[in-house]
Structure formats: C-alpha cells, structure tokens
Design a protein around this ligand. Structure first.
Ligand code: NAP
Length: 453
C-alpha cells in the first residue's frame, strides 16, 4: 500500500485524497495547519452562500473511507519539514492553496483603512488568523479595487441589511460590527471595462437584488470599444455578454433613495492612496484599453481624479506562499509543475506533487479542483506503478511520534467531528447553522472536554 501525505485540507486536498483512496492503492494522511478541515469551503465561501459549502458533506464521506487519516494542527515547513515528509511517505501532494493576497504596489497601499479583501473574508468567516483585525465600518464611503467574485462577496456583505446575515454562519464578532455599520456608498472599481469584469453573472445579479440597496453606473461606460464588442459576441465571452445585459439593466434603474448604493466604475486604476493617520482616499487614473479581443490591457491616460473614502479593500486576487524546501514560481505564486508533478531544475522531483490553486493559480470554482486533483492523483499513481522497487515507508507511525516529540497537539477527524457538533449546537441556540469557534484554544478545549467526559 502506498503511503501518501496530502498537505492541506481544502477542496483540492479532499479531491486528491478521494481519488487516491478510491484507487485502493494508497493510504492518505492529510496534514492541516488548523485543527479543523475544509480550508476555503469553511473560511472562504461567503456565509450567505450556504449551497457552496455543501461539498463539505462529500469531504466528510471521503474522510470516512478506509485508509484516511486527518492530522490537524501541523504546519508543514515549520513543525515538520518537506524532507521529513519525503522520508516518511512514498509521495507528498501539496494542496495548500493560495494563502495570501496580491499587492497593488502603489504608494499608501498599507495605510490604516486599506485592507486586503482576503483579511475581511477571513474575519467575517471566523478564521483564527484574522480575529484581531478590525475594519472601520463607521466610514460612509468604501472602495473595492477589483471586479472578481471575491469583490462581489465583500460588496454583498457590506451592502446587505444585517438581518439578512443573522441566520448564516457568519462569525458573531462580524455580525456585531456590521450591525453598527454606517457604510453608505460602495464603489467597486475595475481597471478594465465592463466586458472584462470577472464576476460570474449569478454573483453580479445578486448585487442588484440586495434589499434596500441601489446600483448605479455611468451609461457611457457601457459603450464598448470594437475589441470588447467582439469579445461579447464570441462564445468564449458568454459570461461577459450576460454581465453586460445585467449592467445595462442596472444602468436603466432610477437610483432610488436606497440605504446603501453600489457604484460600478470601470477603466480606473488606483495609482496612490492618500491620507495621514488613516486612509483619506484613492487617486484613480482613467485607463483606456489596448490589444486584441481577449488580450486587452488597461493603459493609463494620465487623467486622474480623487475618490475620498476611509475604507478600501484590495481584491485583486490571491497568491500562493513559498513552502520551504520546495521550488516556487514567485511571479505566478505557484509551485512550478507539469500537470501536478513538481518541477525543480527542469525535471520532476521524485515523490513531489501538487494540486489546486498552488498548482494552477487562483481560478475557477470549487468543483474545478476535482478534475485538477484527479489529474495529479493519476500521475502520482502511474509514477508509483512504473517504479517497481518502492521501499516500504513508515507513514504516520514515523510522523505522529515525531510531532508528539515536538510538543504538538494534533487533532484527528474524530476530534473535528466533536468540534463540528459543538459548533452546530451553539448555532442552533442563535438560529444559525453553526457558530464557529474562532480561537484555536476553544476548538482544542472542546476536544479535551469531550475526551474527559
Ligand atoms: P479574480 O476573479 O481573478 O479577480 C481579480 C480582479 O482584480 C479582476 O477584476 C482583475 O482585473 C483585478 N486586478 C488584478 N490586478 C489588479 C491591479 N493591479 N489593479 C487593479 N485591478 C486588478 O480573483 P478573485 O475575485 O480573488 O477570485 C478568485 C477565484 O475565486 C476566482 O476564480 C473566482 O471566481 C473564485 N470565487 C468564486 C466565488 C463564487 O463562486 N461565488 C466566490 C469567490 C471567489 P483584470 O481582469 O484586469 O486582471
């Protein structure tokens, strides 16, 4: 039996584990930094999109398969090295996602009041890493830079009446802060035109359906240049065509006396953020598009204007983090690989694989990771099959004592099920599907308490 370590317990980790276990040729130990599993499904999906969290049910079924083991509370690269995993397992699959945010690289980017959207998402989803963050929701004017689905999530959470969020699994601290929110105008800013916005049409439509919120945009922005007009006529531009139809409909709406207003702005890039102790606003440069259909870039025109706002979210994409002991493509924020085989000095590194966002970059929906993970798992199994003289490996019987000797308190999947049940019970009291524990200590206390009972 092959002994495989999968690093990361988000969608790509679970789809990789599923493919390997269903081959009946492998046992999988899944290592996760937090005591709890599911990565982006638990901490990335917006609380008001519960259907997108349903894959967790499938992951729990994978965890019940024979040969699966969850080892929570271990940071690979810190608590255990890549080299040590390589010694203990036949292969290691890195499914560690894209853990940080891309930067704008402009002056003032880190002024207080300017935040990575990923921090806001982690905060409202109760991720322990973002508990200490605070967002000044007394500001009336808010800017969101970027027009992808993360920007749409952030915009919806800011714009929705708080009562619409009470029955979700949003973290209690976020609910309390949002209840006091004075946010009024939300500017969602794209560096390219409306035909290049990266929202999916479902997410864009939702922004037009928020109770007590209005949408606005300048109809002049909907006049397309010839290359953009070609894009939306092309089958590859189907989503863009649907988005254009939605935006045209939004532009035709009278801007009601809404409690909150969402302003879609196009062809603008922040070139600097200004302020003193706190963010005062952004200098936006007007852009024009240049290039062929589906290859148009935003070029600055030199014309700038100021947008006063005390709160700004940079939502310009995620980026993977370098793992000590592995090659890394700094520009793309991924582990260099060929179809999931990790590449170092131009050649595949024996026993090293990757899947998901750390393999291909942060794109696609949760389900996209299934085919991606299956590709990696199939290559791994084929490589192991052709290697007739595989040595035996100790797997967890080497790893677990090593982690214990380093003072680590690891969680099992059974421990997670206890935490899960406790969260669901806490949520029921508040009429929510769950109330997450937001401190690692509280998660571990539940496990200890139940073990003692
Ligand atoms: P994204 O879809 O890649 O969008 C990033 C946005 O940032 C784009 O509008 C991009 O514009 C802009 N941008 C990039 N660099 C910029 C810069 N230097 N200055 C100004 N704007 C810049 O990324 P994302 O929103 O983080 O989403 C990541 C993935 O998760 C996507 O596949 C998304 O669909 C998925 N997701 C899905 C859901 C859902 O299904 N409900 C929810 C959240 C996320 P350009 O196009 O010009 O580069």
């Amino acid at each position: 039996m092959l002994k495989i370590a999968v690093v990361g317990s988000g969608p790509s980790g679970f789809y990789t584990a599923e493919a390997l276990l269903k081959s009946s040729k492998a046992e999988v130990d899944m290592l996760e930094r937090l005591p709890v599993p599911y990565g982006l499904v638990r901490y990335g999906v917006a609380p008001d999109h519960p259907k997108l969290k349903l894959p967790a049910t499938t992951y729990a079924r994978t965890a019940a398969l024979s040969g699966f083991r969850f080892v929570g509370g271990v940071t690979v690269g810190k608590d255990v090295s890549v080299e040590e995993l390589k010694d203990a397992y036949h292969a290691v699959v890195f499914c560690c996602g894209a853990e940080t945010d891309r930067e704008l690289g402009i002056p003032g980017e880190n002024l207080p009041g300017s935040h990575a959207a990923t921090a806001f998402v982690g905060w409202y989803n109760g991720h322990p890493d973002f508990l200490q963050h605070s967002f000044d929701l007394t500001q009336e004017q808010v800017a969101i830079i970027g027009q992808g689905n993360v920007a749409a999530d952030v915009c919806r959470i800011l714009a929705k009446p708080v009562d619409d969020l009470r029955q979700t699994d949003i973290a209690e601290h976020a609910l309390q802060a949002l209840a006091e929110s004075r946010v009024r105008e939300i500017h969602i800013i794209g560096r390219r035109g409306p035909a290049q916005a990266k929202f999916t049409d479902k997410e864009l439509r939702e922004l037009g359906e928020i109770p007590q919120a209005g949408v606005s945009l300048d109809p002049a922005d909907l006049v397309l240049d010839p290359a953009s007009a070609k894009e939306i006529e092309d089958p590859r531009g189907q989503t863009a065509a649907w988005n254009m139809a939605l935006l045209r409909e939004f532009a035709s709406r009278p801007l009601a006396q809404a409690r909150r207003r969402i302003h879609f702005r196009f062809l603008e890039s922040p070139v600097a953020l200004y302020g003193g102790q706190n963010l005062g606003g952004a200098v936006l440069e007007k852009n024009r598009l240049e290039g062929p259909p589906f290859g148009q870039c935003a070029l600055g025109t030199g014309v700038t204007a100021r947008l006063d706002c005390g709160l700004l979210f940079r939502s310009v994409g995620y980026k993977g983090l370098e793992m000590p002991g592995l090659p890394f493509d700094e520009r793309r924020g991924i582990i260099p690989n060929r179809e999931g085989r990790v590449i170092g000095d131009g050649l595949p590194l024996t026993g090293m694989y990757c899947a998901g966002w750390i393999k291909r970059g942060p794109s696609g929906i949760i389900g996209t990771n299934r085919a991606d993970a299956v590709e990696t798992a199939n290559h791994l199994l084929a490589d192991m099959h052709t290697n007739a003289s595989l040595p035996s490996k100790a797997g967890a019987s080497a790893l677990l004592p090593m982690l214990a000797s380093r003072g680590l308190r690891c969680t099992s999947f059974e421990d997670w099920l206890k935490i899960d049940a406790a969260e669901i019970a806490r949520g029921a009291e508040a009429g929510k599907p769950r109330e997450k524990f937001v401190r690692i200590k509280d998660m571990l206390d539940i496990v200890s308490r139940q073990a003692a009972a």
